[in-house]
Design a protein around this ligand. Structure first.
Ligand code: ATP
Ligand code: MG
Length: 418
């Protein structure tokens, strides 16, 4: 049996990296008052149709939709923000605080062609700052993404930022863009040809190299922004500069989801081939209202954890998952005594493995060597009768028998000195 295409088991060696990431990220986010939220993996299909937008990759071809036993239309969530907006409304979170800062980490599902850094079940860490329409909020969230990467000691990234303005400005730009693209329609990739009248902005996001060449010389959205939108964008840039966060403006940056306005940004790397985006985010001022909640301007981002792990894996020291002590014992009688020793190891938080084979001593000892442990504790009839334990150093093979009391009193010395 194999796992489904595009899904992966996270084995214990890798789980340690996930745990490490959580340990780094949690205090960074909670210090800035971002609190964890966990929403269901399944939602009504309608939620995503109403938010992500027509003619986006996710809606057109990537959704995992199914009918449940009662013929309800259900979807495995393809992203986090729509669910958070739904949770914000369902739980009337707007009644408690005027600003809600949230973070989440969990699996997302998209039916895509699997390749390095692209899976059908993948995980996102995301944050949402809900309730502010000031550039300082945009910069707070961008700063946190950068802080997380820096704390992980990952440096090979670039922040790109753009403003995609308001709906009216995008409408005006759409007609200018369509006029331009129609001249090259034959040279566009087929997806882009199909989108030219339904969702022309998506074409700016095309990964096709010929389409990208055409886009390079296209008129830019920024030329359609009014003074207010321009000023908002300039303020965000100015604040980034005051924090010395390097960025470049990418006038063609458009996000793959329709609910964004004004600020859009991505953090990219050259180390992942065509899966070059580690983090994507932006401002979404009308999403919550559009779902029936109060008008609540918000901004957030999501980082792809699998991509992040590929990038930081090499620089992480291999974390040892072997036990430190291997415990072997002779028979049922000695097993009872063994629990005393195990209690002591647990109090010390010393990682141990208890032999479960009930085989003879030499076979158990072989297992001790194979386990990767540094020490072996041997408990036989003699040890029990005299209230002793025997400790063997598995590297030097030096063995000593000591009183259980001495072991308890001097455990640090006995276990950790040669
Ligand atoms: P891409 O252009 O690579 O398809 P996207 O624009 O669809 O990315 P977003 O919806 O912005 O991605 O999601 C945010 C982040 O989640 C991405 O930057 C990426 O790191 C990660 N991500 C998205 N899709 C996948 C996937 N199928 N497998 C692994 N990670 C993914
Ligand atoms: Mg995608």
């Amino acid at each position: 049996m194999q796992p489904l295409r595009g899904t992966k088991d996270i084995l214990p060696e890798e789980s340690i990296i996930w745990q490490y990431l959580r340990d780094i990220v949690t205090p960074i986010l909670s210090t800035c008052n971002y609190n964890e939220i966990t929403t269901p993996i399944i939602e009504n299909t309608e939620l995503f149709y109403r938010t992500i937008g027509d003619d986006t990759d996710i809606i057109n071809k990537e959704m995992y939709n199914f009918f449940d036993q009662s013929q309800r239309k259900i979807t495995l969530r393809p992203e986090g923000t729509a669910s958070i907006a739904r949770a914000f409304i369902s739980n009337k979170m707007y009644n408690h605080n005027s600003i809600n800062r949230l973070w989440y980490l969990g699996p997302m599902f998209r039916y895509e062609r699997p390749q390095t850094g692209r899976q059908r079940q993948f995980h996102q860490l995301g944050i949402e700052c809900i309730g502010s329409n000031n550039p300082i909020a945009d910069v707070e969230v961008i700063r946190l993404a950068i802080l997380i990467l820096n704390t992980l000691d990952y440096k090979q990234y670039k922040l790109e930022i753009n403003s995609i303005g308001k709906i009216e400005e995008r409408e005006q730009y759409k007609s200018i863009l369509i006029n331009y693209l129609e001249k090259y329609i034959k040279d566009l990739d087929t997806d882009s040809q199909a989108r030219i009248h339904t969702n022309p902005l998506r074409i700016l996001d095309s990964k096709n190299s010929r389409t990208q060449e055409i886009i390079y010389d296209a008129p830019k959205l920024i030329s359609c922004l009014n003074t207010e939108s321009r000023k908002y964008f300039d303020n965000v840039c100015e604040l980034l500069e005051s924090l010395s966060i390097p960025y470049s403006i990418n006038y063609n940056l458009i996000r793959g989801l329709d609910y964004y306005n004004d600020t859009a940004f991505e953090i990219k790397t050259k180390e992942l081939g065509s899966q070059d985006t580690i983090c994507g985010g932006g401002r979404y001022n009308s999403l919550i209202e559009q779902l029936g909640g109060p008008s609540t301007p918000s901004v957030g981002w999501a980082i792809g954890i699998e991509r992040l792990i590929i990038l930081i894996k090499n620089q992480l020291k291999l974390i040892n998952i072997c036990p430190y002590v291997y415990v072997i014992n002779q028979n049922l009688h000695t097993q009872k005594y063994t629990w005393k020793v195990i209690n002591i190891l647990e109090t010390q938080k010393t990682k141990f493995e208890l032999d479960l084979s009930c085989a003879n001593f030499s076979k158990q000892l072989k297992k001790a060597y194979n386990s990767g442990a540094k020490k072996c504790i041997i408990i036989g009839d003699n040890e029990v009768n005299q209230q002793n334990i025997t400790i063997k150093d598995l590297e030097s093979n030096i063995q000593q028998t000591i009183k259980l009391e001495v072991f308890i009193d001097q455990i640090q010395y006995v276990l950790y000195s040669q």
